[in-house]
Write a protein that binds this ligand. Structure first.
Ligand code: GLV
Length: 310
């Protein structure tokens, strides 16, 4: 969360910087009892019911990020705590990053950069890469970010198909009612579904096998969406061609086996990470808190807690 966000919060609220407080027990026993709102980064760790119970006056968790799989929203709803996230303001940024990662993976741009830096060019040309042209792209998840990715892909002259639980209205891309069907009909599979229990490990060994030996897997969703050991095995065995990953199961830890692979491009969860977009997300965190304490109408409550908003 950019420092400007914390400054914007401090202009309106009394802010306790929990990450700077050494005696957390002492905080929860004393000032914590009066804490009514929380601003939290999606990626700072799990917030479960037990943690909510340590803040008995808590009314709202304003989460920084669109995915809120690290917050137990059902537990929040049970306690009457509203959870908000930051949809909308990051869709284009994540979609741009996805296209960049897709091209980098197919055309092996980071590998080529290393080739130049290591002085290997004079000894002979960099190997030819696969192409994006004419590839069939399957998108797993067609929410706002998935649509923004598809919209950009239209300009590349590729076939676009998708899988979601049910077909989307007003969408002309080919729909597959199973993920395995989508993978079998795709050369590139892009994951952009929410994390959490319902999508855990849905990209498994079988889906990767269906993607095939020329297949490329791009994950800009959550590490939990893919069975990571199965992905590593498929990349090692060459049963898929390559992968571009922005997310991992145990961030910020990336398995050595992935790092050792030549046919993967690895990013440190950068989807929304531009100065502009992080500022917009931060503003949304602040605006949700301000709106809640002004009139009980936060801008973007998550589905599980929408009923708590008057
Ligand atoms: C980042 O991954 C987010 O969910 O906003």
């Amino acid at each position: 969360m950019p420092p400007s966000v914390i400054a914007a919060l401090e202009a309106v609220f009394t802010v306790h910087r929990l990450w700077e407080i050494e005696d957390k027990q002492g905080f929860f026993a004393d000032a914590g009892k009066r804490v009514r709102g929380m601003a939290a980064s999606t990626l700072a760790g799990r917030i479960d019911g037990a943690q909510m119970d340590r803040l008995p006056a808590l009314e709202i968790i304003s989460s920084f990020g669109v995915g809120y799989d690290t917050i137990d929203a059902a537990a929040a709803a049970e306690r009457g705590i509203v959870v908000t996230n930051t949809p909308g303001v990051l869709d284009d940024e994540v979609a741009d990053l996805t296209i960049g990662l897709l091209l980098a993976t197919l055309r092996q741009l980071p590998q080529a950069d290393r080739f130049v830096r290591e002085g290997r060019w004079p000894q002979g040309p960099f190997p030819l890469s696969p192409t994006l042209r004419g590839r069939r792209i399957g998108i797993l998840g067609l929410g706002a970010i998935g649509k923004a990715i598809a919209h950009r892909l239209e300009a590349f002259g590729v076939e676009i198909a998708y899988h979601t639980r049910s077909p989307k209205d007003g969408v002309s891309y080919a729909y597959h009612d199973t993920l395995i069907g989508l993978a079998a009909a795709s050369d590139v599979l892009i994951a952009i579904v929410p994390g959490g229990a319902s999508t855990r490990h849905i990209v498994d060994a079988e889906v990767l096998a269906a993607l095939g030996a020329d297949g490329v897997f791009i994950n800009v969703a959550r590490g939990s969406v893919v069975d990571q050991p199965a992905l590593i095995a498929a990349l090692q065995a060459g049963t898929i061609l390559a992968a571009g990953l922005d997310v991992y199961e145990d961030e910020p830890n990336v398995p050595e086996a992935l790092i050792a692979l030549p046919n993967v491009v690895l990013l440190p969860h950068l989807g929304s990470a531009s100065v502009h977009t992080r500022a917009a997300m931060g503003q949304r965190v602040v605006d949700n808190l301000k709106a809640w304490f002004a009139d009980g109408q936060p801008l973007t409550p998550v589905a599980e807690t929408r009923h708590l908003v008057s």
